[in-house]
Design a protein around this ligand. Structure first.
Ligand SMILES: Nc1ncnc2c1ncn2[C@@H]1O[C@H](COP(=O)(O)OP(=O)(O)OP(=O)(O)O)[C@@H](O)[C@H]1O
Length: 254
């Protein structure tokens, strides 16, 4: 198995707060890996460290063989990153947003024009090229943000709650695009609170209070917990951990 992303004992402290505690993961090339956990459990912090945006307090990580501590600029050129806040320029049109990001990635001329046309088509944005991004609905903004994140043909897509606040139909269309990209060999790491999305991932890591608690395929996790749904797996897990903490116990490591 070739790993697209791996990290060992990744740890992040914000002052006295231990936001991420010794997280180790391996994400194989071409897989869709779901990153789950309650609010504030450390998902975004791990994602930001792996994307080269945030420096870990300790631990190491590799993205496509690049070291997250020393090669963060190279990493940024090989990944597509999209956060729940969609970094779009609201006052610019759909077309201008794509041109702006193409410029950031150094795309020019015919190749930039072709890539832009391909992504407009993929995202179903045809006919909306001149529309101001700020006037798009959440689902369309999300598709535009995804297109911007794909302009430079990244080998890895890192998505931090990309479907938060987006309607069910748009979520389904978005996931169809994600699965199509994975079929083409793109590795996807995605954090989500939606269990139907988690269900379609190849593998899941579950983080709680900064620690990885469990990992496995959706089927493995349900079988281990003797639960019918992933919802039941995670609700049971969070409740047992909270009870454990109330009794003064410590969180176990995965
Ligand atoms: N820049 C920062 N400075 C201080 N504390 C931070 C910072 N970023 C995150 N935190 C804290 O670290 C913890 C983990 O936050 P993080 O955003 O990684 O969680 P999350 O699992 O992504 O949550 P959510 O599902 O709500 O997005 C939280 O307690 C958060 O308040």
């Amino acid at each position: 198995m070739t790993a697209a992303i791996s990290c060992e004992n990744l740890t992040k402290k914000f002052g006295a707060l231990l936001a991420v505690d010794n997280v180790s993961m391996t994400i194989p090339k071409g897989s869709i890996v779901g990153f789950l956990g309650p609010n504030g459990s450390g998902k975004s912090t791990v994602i930001r460290m792996l994307s080269g945006i945030l420096t870990p307090t300790s631990g190491t990580g590799q993205v496509l063989g690049y070291n997250i501590l020393t090669d963060s600029e190279r990493i940024k050129h090989h990944i597509g990153y999209m956060s729940q806040k969609f970094s779009l320029y609201e006052e610019l049109s759909v077309s201008d947003n794509l041109d702006f990001y193409a410029g950031i990635y150094g795309l020019k001329g015919e190749s930039a024009r072709k890539k832009k046309a391909e992504l407009i088509d993929m995202a179903g944005l045809t006919g909306r090229e001149k529309q101001i991004a700020g006037s798009l609905s959440g689902g369309w903004k999300q598709r535009l943000a995804l297109s911007c994140a794909l302009l430079h043909d990244p080998e890895i897509l890192i998505l931090d709650e990309p479907t938060a606040g987006v309607d069910p139909v748009s979520r389904r269309i978005f996931w169809e695009v994600i699965r199509e990209l994975a079929k083409r060999g793109i590795t996807v790491l995605v954090s989500t609170h939606y269990m139907d999305e988690a269900e379609t991932c190849d593998f899941i890591y579950f983080i709680f209070f900064g620690k990885l608690l469990i990992s496995g395929t959706p089927l493995e996790l349900k079988e281990q917990a003797k639960a019918a749904t992933l919802d039941d797996v995670f609700i049971g897990l969070v409740e047992s951990q909270e009870n454990n903490l109330l009794r003064g116990g410590e969180l176990p490591h995965a």
